[in-house]
Design a protein around this ligand. Structure first.
Ligand code: RIB
Ligand code: CA
Length: 309
């Protein structure tokens, strides 16, 4: 089996947590780092949550490096507590984690890991850290094997009608990241909305008897209630876990070559993403996710959760 060496740039966030659990439970992946960014909650909370998550799965070996507290335009962290809970992880009770954050900052860790061997960056939060990375170390674009981003939307955003959260939170960073020229795969809402789990899956997680399974179901409850109020059902969109799934099995998600544009101006369109679809763009360095078989995705997610014993 080929093992892909990855670093996850994240703003945990309950769906980020599921993505991290999936990543550490998957033998196809070697998680060599986690970098945090302000997003769903501020970077103090996202960094604490990353510590909690990696302690829960016994992976104190994975360095956690704190990243950007504010966007490129100086906007501090958002507060998506109505989606992820005030603490960003569904407001469960957690012990003080013994896993500590690295003295290294996110950009330094990302660059060091990129120069130490083949690296795939899986970015599942606002792209501020990646924008700083390519600005400070332009050669990283040829060092990194691939970048997989959960972000953007072709037809309708989830913060405004135009903008998806990760791009909305830092449009300038998304524009820099998307224009960098590295091999880039983008998974927008178009495809992440096809990747959902439901109450049967939460019951399955609980039935496994593991702390990871139980806490996953518990932390997703506010997320389920948000979905019910927002979309009228409790089908939980696994935005970030889909980005990890794409690296586990790139063939599992249909993609096409595109050019991509980010709106950084506009009163109502700021954070919009446009994917220029044409056969002429098949040789583009940018691929956009189009479709996924959700039954196959959920089957793998359930199988990997059994790894937690
Ligand atoms: O729009 C979905 C994205 O925004 C996910 O990464 C979720 O965690 C939030 O950060
Ligand atoms: Ca996220």
């Amino acid at each position: 089996m080929d093992v892909t060496r990855i670093v996850i740039d994240t703003d945990p966030g309950v769906d980020d947590a599921i993505a991290l659990f999936l990543a550490v439970a998957s033998p196809e992946l070697d998680v060599v780092g986690v970098t945090t960014v302000s997003g769903n909650v501020n970077v103090d909370k996202t960094t604490l949550n990353a510590r909690r998550i990696l302690e829960l799965v016994g992976r104190s070996d994975i360095p956690i490096a704190r990243g950007a507290a504010v966007s490129l335009s100086g906007v501090p962290g958002n507060d998506a507590s109505e989606v992820h809970g005030d603490d960003g992880l569904g407001e469960l009770t957690w012990p003080e984690p013994s896993v500590f954050e690295s003295p290294e900052n996110a950009v330094s860790l990302l660059y060091r890991l990129a120069t130490e061997g083949p690296l795939t960056i899986v970015a599942i939060g606002p792209l501020t850290n990646l924008a700083h990375l390519v600005t400070q170390y332009p050669d990283v674009v040829t060092e990194v094997e691939r970048v997989v981003v959960m972000g953007g939307a072709s037809y309708h955003g989830n913060v405004t009608p135009a903008a998806e959260f990760n791009v909305w939170a830092d449009p300038e960073a998304a524009a820099v990241t998307f224009a960098a020229g590295w091999p880039l795969t983008i998974l927008p809402l178009d495809v992440t909305h096809q990747a959902t789990i439901n109450d049967d899956d939460l019951a399955y997680f609980r039935s496994l008897g593991s702390e990871v399974g139980r806490r996953s179901a518990d932390m997703l409850e506010p997320y389920a209630q948000f979905h019910e109020e927002w979309r009228g059902d409790r089908d939980l969109i696994m935005h970030d876990a889909l980005a990890v799934y794409e690296v586990i099995d790139p063939t599992a998600i249909e993609k096409e070559g595109v050019l991509v544009t980010v709106e950084t101006g506009g009163d109502h369109s700021r954070g919009a993403t446009w994917f220029h679809r044409s056969h002429r763009h098949e040789d583009s360095n940018v691929r956009v996710g189009v479709s996924v078989d959700n039954e196959r995705f959920v089957r793998l997610l359930r199988e990997r959760y059994r790894m937690f014993g």
